[in-house]
Design a protein around this ligand. Structure first.
Ligand code: AMP
Ligand code: MG
Length: 422
């Protein structure tokens, strides 16, 4: 190893960090919504809807029996009871051919169309059928029109918008699409994200590290984090040593097949942090470098002439995931056509103190959730700095102490961002 002064060192110009809210604003201003494609219904799961889904007919399309029982005319129940002649049985999937006359009832199954003339259904549990099966005594003190009937159009009217563009297609959306016959739909194209790791000390997971080396955890962490979204296609592009020429080369190659590049490490003030210089020489325009956040202060963001986005994430494992959640994911969500760019912000009761050492900075603490059956608490997980990756596996998300607040005391309200949500 060459420890002389001949190894190229990066030249670093000091800049003031910008506020987290300004950084996010700049990122989103630099991001445009991506392209779309048509896919078949079964390929659409996990993708982002790029069109409105409307009801093709009233839902339900006919007045639907909601209980197994007897279809009746409610006017026949004068005292909450009625003795009626059974005129037949109607299964779901069949139609009753004639009017139900006063004094009669039709035995009906859940899902059948309400026979014409009938206006209510009395549950089978409230019936006593005569031995001959020709008559039924029904007791229903709360009889009224539409009882146990799912009225036509009560869920939605033909033409109503049921799903909006920008929704992720999950188990809640699929039955809606299926019900209106949306067998092929327009979705946004999956976003291809290249993940590149830097560091002379970093070796692949399957290599035995020397005593002064560490295994690459950032590349796999980012890939795992992004892979939780089926509309993101992350690809690991390996590890590059801290050399300017190699860094430039790897960045250019990684950008070739992706719309977004995330590069971890090499953006701080160290002598061998070449990422900012490499970006400059390649012609990737810096939008900002350094944000007033802890962890993650050296965050770098830029845009290539092609419009591709490049995020230089500080290499510490906690910084990597925090900056990915807070700054990269909103950009990916915009690019991917999602309606909501941010995850939910929960306002919870702090169970312990969330302090900070740097006024004016936004501080993120890995935190976990608990509850006492009445309220939800947020607690900091044991955490002694951005290199402490073990804290991540114990956390449900991150608690946020805003720049103007110096500490959140136990019992006070704290803002919490979950790692994952719907
Ligand atoms: P850097 O941002 O390059 O100065 O790295 C900050 C810290 O994160 C150093 O302790 C690095 O060894 C560590 N680090 C950088 N990249 C990785 C990686 N891919 N996996 C695990 N730790 C890393
Ligand atoms: Mg490094």
């Amino acid at each position: 190893m060459d420890h002389s002064n001949t190894r190229t060192r990066s030249s670093f110009t000091l800049q003031e960090p910008i506020q987290a809210s300004d950084a996010l604003k700049l990122i989103l201003e630099s991001t445009n919504v991506g392209s779309r494609e048509g896919v078949s219904f079964d390929q659409a799961v996990g993708r982002v809807l790029a069109e409105e889904i409307r009801a093709d007919r009233d839902l339900p399309p006919f007045p639907r029996v909601a209980m197994d029982g007897f279809a009746v005319r409610s006017e026949d129940f004068r005292t909450g009871k009625a003795k009626l002649r059974i005129v037949g049985t109607l299964a779901s999937g069949e139609e009753w051919p004639e009017e139900v006359a006063s004094g009669t009832a039709v035995r009906v199954m859940t899902g059948a169309p309400l026979p014409p003339g009938a206006d209510a259904v009395v549950q089978v549990e409230k019936s006593q059928t005569s031995e001959s099966e020709r008559e039924v005594l029904l007791e229903e003190p709360s009889i009224k029109r539409e009882l146990n009937v799912h009225e036509r159009g009560v869920d939605a009217r033909a033409g109503d918008v049921l799903l909006q563009p920008g929704e992720v297609i999950g188990a809640g959306q699929v039955p809606v699409m299926a019900s209106v016959g949306a067998s092929s739909v327009n979705v946004h194209n999956a976003i291809r994200v290249a993940v590149l790791s830097t560091g002379l000390e970093v070796v692949p997971v399957d290599k035995t590290p020397l005593p002064y080396q560490i295994r690459n955890s950032n590349g796999p962490a980012l890939k795992a984090f992004l892979s939780e979204n089926a509309w993101i296609k992350p690809e690991e592009k390996g590890i590059v040593a801290d050399e300017l020429a190699a860094t430039k080369d790897s960045i250019e190659k990684a950008l070739g097949s992706a719309e977004v590049l995330m590069i971890s490490g090499g953006v701080s003030a160290g002598s061998f942090d070449h990422v900012p210089q490499a970006m400059k020489e390649i012609g990737i325009e810096r939008v900002f470098h350094k944000v007033a956040i802890r962890p993650g202060m050296p965050l770098w963001f830029g845009k290539a002439p092609s419009g591709k986005l490049v995020f230089g994430l500080p290499g510490n494992p906690v910084s990597v995931l925090v900056t990915c959640l807070e700054f990269v994911l909103p950009a990916l969500r915009k690019l991917g056509g999602l309606k909501e760019l941010r995850g939910p912000k929960l306002f919870l009761t702090a169970q312990a103190r969330f302090g900070k050492r740097k006024h004016g900075f936004t501080v993120f603490h890995p935190a976990s959730l608990s509850n006492d059956g009445a309220q939800t608490f947020c607690s900091p997980v044991p955490y002694h700095g951005s290199g402490h990756f073990l804290a991540l596996s114990h956390s449900d998300g991150i608690a946020v102490v805003p720049p103007e607040v110096d500490a959140v005391e136990p019992g006070e309200t704290i803002e919490f961002h979950p790692w994952r949500w719907r």
